[in-house]
Design a protein around this ligand. Structure first.
Ligand code: ZN
Length: 205
């Protein structure tokens, strides 16, 4: 196995620096994967690179590809050069809602990234789950977000999962007609029993 390559990115708005553990949003072999594509890395050596990095300084989010890469190397090398570097994390659910409301003109890839992170934050973070459970306005925004994602997302398995979580089981199964991988099979099984909940797929498949 090659040594993992980490990178330091600068926020395009304010220059705040963040370290990412992978240039892609793919899980490592030991990650725990969920039916919606979200994953949790095992330990502290790796962490998920969010589709949108939450900037704590300017409070906006930016996509990793839009950040300026200022350094590249192993974790040890970068921590030595940037001892106070912050790990790149997704914005909170509340911040993502504000972000979506504030941006009037978004490119589609940016909109999808923010909306997917809002979906993930609502299912996989305690603050997001709490908002979804207790706040009716947030719940309505969340449902609207799911429907908009279904419109925008092209990847068949992801589109199927969005449909399943929105309770549209026939549409879910239609998206999976030509899909044969194990994730597609698991999502189809859950759609057939009309389960809308996100589920753990065990370690990366
Ligand atoms: Zn910033």
């Amino acid at each position: 196995m090659t040594e993992p390559q980490y990178a330091v990115l600068e926020c395009p708005e304010c220059g705040e620096q963040y370290i990412i553990s992978s240039p892609t949003d793919s899980p490592s072999e030991t990650a725990t994967l969920f039916s919606d594509g979200y994953f949790i890395e095992d330990g502290n050596i790796h962490w998920r690179t969010p589709l949108v990095i939450g900037c704590v300084t300017c409070e906006l989010g930016f996509m990793p590809v839009k950040g300026k890469q200022i350094a590249f190397g192993t974790l040890d090398e970068l921590l030595e050069k940037f001892p106070n570097i912050k790990k790149a994390m997704a914005p909170t659910a509340g911040t993502l809602v504000l972000d979506l409301r504030a941006r009037l003109h978004m490119e589609l890839d940016e909109e999808v990234a923010i909306r997917r992170e809002l979906w993930y934050a609502s299912q996989h973070t305690s603050k997001g789950c709490e908002l979804l459970e207790r706040n009716k306005k947030f719940e309505a925004f969340y449902q609207q977000n799911l429907l908009r994602l279904i419109e925008c997302v092209q990847l068949p398995v992801l589109k199927a999962e969005l449909n399943r979580q929105a309770g549209m089981f026939d549409q879910c199964l239609n998206c999976l007609e030509n899909e044969t991988d194990s994730m597609a099979t698991l999502i189809a099984q859950q759609a057939k029993v009309e389960n809308t909940g996100v589920f753990k797929v065990s370690n990366a498949i």
